[in-house]
Design a protein around this ligand. Structure first.
Ligand code: GCU
Length: 492
């Protein structure tokens, strides 16, 4: 009773704090809770280790439930052959993830029409010529009055490739990497034209320009300074790959108050979501798939070797992309944590309660049900889900997946639960093996020791490496590219 009232006090406190910050998102979540008969949610854990409600980092209590067996059907039958996996178990796991976790993509979405909006000949790093194109994907709007959705993607390919190139698609802003600058002659012409135009508008400017003839309104850019560490784009281009930046926020806002607009809102004609409909992670993955559609039409791109990459929330989105779009050949999943490669069942770091409250818009509405045990009907926690991260990773099998983390000491916080991801990756290896590929380790996920930091487990199609940096996958990029060329059987 005492616990119960303490709990409801903190629930109210959380709700009030939320109302002050994001009333539209809170109202939307409250409506979803009503639709599901949920009266309260368990608040998430706090990322601040000194807070009274700090996230647990106690390995002794981290595994209240075993992982569901990805090679056993929900009615208890073992999955023994690749055909059983393909025809029965994989579709069953995918269906549960769609209905209960990330949500379904509406069947009748309007088509996306891509066009090249700007094209630039650029030089990345020192002397690597690339062609950079910015694309806009117009989503035809079937209902008047809805704000249009315009996907943004940047495609950067090596300029002098002699064969089709593999492409790594990454979640992030579609910004040109190294916009080409006008030459000195071009700058002088632009400057003269600008001055003439301004003087026409305001003749009093003429004597001012005359007094300061060396001052240029448009001058050539300052030469770039030498940077000894090659950037991620430079490393990708140097390896003979191209890359694409897909802007997730051009498809869907990272905010519950945006669920009635963006592609999710557009598909619903501005109405709130139904409990089984997609959240932002699935919408971001959808944008990546639409980007793939365009890449596959470019004769310079090797469409059999297009990968997907993301870090943190976009690491989750990259995993969702790879799991649900079998055309993607390879994935690099950076520090993806809960909702990514880390099991929802683990009681360590970020909790289901975080995903179901502050980040509920990432998930399907139905996911809120798994944050109610002890506080509201339907009284469920993650153990009521017959699937978990091991099965989600397995949806990608046998296609190559590289699981990347950094270390807490350098800023990749315990919040992300690196060990939990290792456990799920070890267990998913069983499915890779069943399908004739290989994983990170052969044995029981519960006691398989974690590889040392910097030790790559990359002999197979499912790979793992914890670098010694922070919340980024950049230090793993060279390892990923070498591994990807090998498992994708590409000759450099
Ligand atoms: C928060 C969130 C994580 C997410 C991270 C990020 O910490 O709780 O789930 O991975 O943001 O995207 O940086």
């Amino acid at each position: 009773m005492m616990l119960r009232s303490l709990l409801s006090f903190s629930l109210v406190a959380v709700a009030t704090a939320g109302v002050a910050q994001n009333p539209a998102a809170d109202a939307d979540r409250a409506a979803m809770m009503r639709a599901l008969g949920i009266t309260a949610l368990i608040p998430g854990a706090n990322g601040d280790p000194k807070a009274p409600d700090a996230a647990s980092t106690d390995e002794a209590t981290a595994n209240p439930y075993p992982l569901p067996d990805a090679l056993r059907t929900t009615d208890g039958r073992p999955v023994r052959t690749a055909a059983q996996w393909r025809d029965v178990q994989r579709p069953a796991i995918a269906a549960i993830y769609e209905r209960e976790v990330y949500g379904r993509v509406p069947a009748d979405l309007p088509p996306v029409r891509w066009h090249v909006d700007a094209s630039d000949a650029e030089t990345i790093g020192f002397g690597r010529a690339v062609t950079a194109r910015r694309l806009i994907g117009e989503v035809a709007d079937p209902r008047p009055g809805m704000p249009p959705v315009r996907l943004r993607m940047l495609v950067v390919l090596p300029a002098r490739a002699t064969a089709k190139v593999p492409v790594l698609m990454m979640f992030g802003p579609a910004a040109f990497p190294a916009p080409s600058q006008p030459t000195a002659d071009e700058s002088e012409r632009i400057d003269a034209a600008l001055k003439a135009l301004l003087a026409e508008r305001d003749p009093a400017l003429k004597p001012i320009f005359a007094r300061h003839q060396a001052h240029m309104l448009a001058g050539p850019a300052a030469p770039r300074r030498f940077d000894p560490t090659p950037s991620v784009p430079e490393q990708i281009i140097a390896a003979g790959w191209g890359y694409a930046m897909i802007d997730p926020l051009s498809a869907q806002a990272d905010d519950g108050s945006g669920l009635r607009s963006g592609i999710i809102g557009l598909a619903n004609g501005g109405a709130p979501r139904r409990p089984d409909q997609w959240g932002a992670l699935r919408a971001w993955a959808w944008a990546a798939s639409r980007g793939f559609d365009w890449l596959a039409t470019d004769p310079a791109v090797d469409a059999t070797r297009i990968g997907i990459e993301g870090v943190s929330r976009y690491g989750k989105a990259a995993l969702v992309t790879m799991a649900f779009d079998p055309r993607f050949a390879v994935a690099l999943l950076g520090s993806s944590g809960k909702g990514g490669t880390t099991p929802l069942r683990r009681h360590f770091g970020e909790e289901v309660g975080n995903l179901a409250t502050g980040e509920y818009h990432w998930m399907a509405g139905n996911f809120l049900k798994y944050d109610t045990k002890g506080v509201s009907p339907p009284q469920l926690d993650a153990s009521a889900l017959p699937v978990d991260a091991n099965g989600l990773i397995a949806l990608c099998a046998p296609r190559p997946v590289y699981v990347s983390y950094g270390i807490p000491a350098a800023g990749d916080a315990p919040w992300l639960d690196q060990r939990g991801s290792w456990m799920a990756t070890v267990d998913a290896s069983r499915v890779y093996r069943l399908l004739g590929a290989s994983g990170v380790a052969d044995g029981d996920y519960r006691n398989m020791p974690m590889p040392a930091v910097l030790e790559a487990r990359d002999a197979g199609e499912l790979a793992w490496r914890q670098h010694d940096g922070g919340h980024t996958d950049a230090p793993n990029i060279p390892h990923f590219l070498t591994w990807a060329d090998r498992v994708l059987k590409r000759v450099r």
